[in-house]
Design a protein. Structure first.
Ligand code: PHE
Length: 357
């Protein structure tokens, strides 16, 4: 019996040394120490040993069992460590490798400028009002005091959605892509006036949006571009309000030290009309390449809303006056950053776009 136990111990120790993985180790345990394992079976036979030898053999069997259990724990710990070590090697990360920067999205420069303009006017109490890109000739021209055949139409070469005027088809019913955001003035005034036609509420809105002109694409002109229209209509609005509003806006947008010049101009839908210049950002009025040696940069058109336009919008020009202005965010962005070619805006070239924001 004793010899059998010794042989079993030797065999078990040898097998244990060969176990390399936790799987093999579990098998070893079942084989030798399990409920039906070799040692358990052998120990059951201790009862058959003659009584006088039994305590000695019993004690010896227990010693073998404890020795095997201790050896097992030691081996298990060694295998666990080896396996962790191997896993760390396999999944090793080289923390010294350069990282891969995630590509971060950003607003298009025109959108950034639009947001900035909207933000400044929002603080002055102007609501953002959106009007349609596809218009009738009636709204884009006629209701703005530009009748068919008016020479002002030549300034805004038009994309017609319907084909060229056909015999008998009135010019005024043509569908077109708006050439400016000014038709939104009529839509907005009519919507506001509809609230109370006898006593229409005051209007204070800006109308941002895309405009389209059938032009040669050059560094200075694109066939599509944004405009931001402004419109204020009320009972006592004067040219001083227009000037104050524009001046405040320009100084917020371009710097408190900006100087402004209102130059008399003509638009059929405003009277009087003006164009607004500010002193050149680059040379501060000295004369340079950006301002073409004049010292001034033209930034918007404006004026007092023409009585005909007020009436077309549902506001009685006897009791109401208003001012309007229109500017191009692309042009403003170009002036601000010294961009020399408007075609960059819609080319989707990341080398350009990534410079903003
Ligand atoms: N609609 C004019 C343009 O496109 C700009 C403008 C708007 C002028 C409002 C005066 C008042 O050139």
């Amino acid at each position: 019996m004793r010899a059998e136990l010794q042989a079993l111990q030797a065999e078990a120790m040898e097998a244990l040394a060969r176990a390399q993985t936790s799987g093999e180790l579990a098998e070893w345990r079942t084989r030798f120490l399990g409920r039906r394992g070799a040692l358990t079976r052998l120990m059951r036979r201790v009862g058959q040993v003659p009584p006088e030898e039994r305590p000695v053999v019993g004690r010896f069997a227990n010693e073998v069992k404890q020795a095997l259990e201790a050896a097992y724990r030691e081996r298990a710990e060694a295998i666990r460590r080896a396996e962790v070590e191997e896993m760390l090697q396999r999944d090793a990360v080289d923390v010294t490798l350069p990282g891969r920067p995630p590509s971060v999205g950003r607003w298009h420069p025109s959108t950034q400028t639009l947001r900035e303009i909207e933000h400044i006017f929002a603080e002055l109490g102007f609501q953002v009002y959106r009007a349609r890109d596809v218009e009738l000739d009636e709204f884009n021209f006629q209701l703005l005091n530009i009748p068919p055949g008016h020479p002002a139409r030549d300034m805004q070469d038009t994309f017609y959605v319907t084909t060229t005027p056909q015999d008998g088809q009135e010019e005024g019913h043509q569908v077109l892509l708006r050439t400016h955001t000014s038709p939104g003035q009529i839509h907005a005034m009519r919507e506001f006036a509809a609230v109370d036609p006898d006593n229409p509420p005051p209007v204070r809105i800006i109308l941002p949006g895309m405009c389209y002109r059938h032009e040669q694409i050059t560094p200075r002109s694109e066939i599509q571009f944004h405009q931001v229209e402004g419109l204020a209509v009320g009972r006592h609005i004067t040219m001083a309000d227009l000037k104050g509003t524009v001046e405040y806006f320009v100084r917020r947008m371009f710097g408190a030290e900006r100087r402004l010049r209102f130059r008399a101009s003509h638009f059929p839908f405003t009277e009087p009309s003006a164009e607004v210049d500010m002193d050149c950002l680059l040379c501060r009025g000295e004369g340079c390449r950006i301002c073409k040696q004049t010292g001034w940069l033209e930034i918007m058109g404006c004026g007092m809303v023409h009585p005909v336009v007020l009436r077309n919008g549902g506001y009685d020009p006897q009791h109401y006056t208003g001012f309007a202005f229109g500017m191009g965010p692309e042009r403003i962005t170009m002036l601000k950053y010294g961009i020399e070619d408007i075609r960059y805006f819609w080319q989707n070239d990341l080398r350009f776009l990534e410079q903003f924001g």
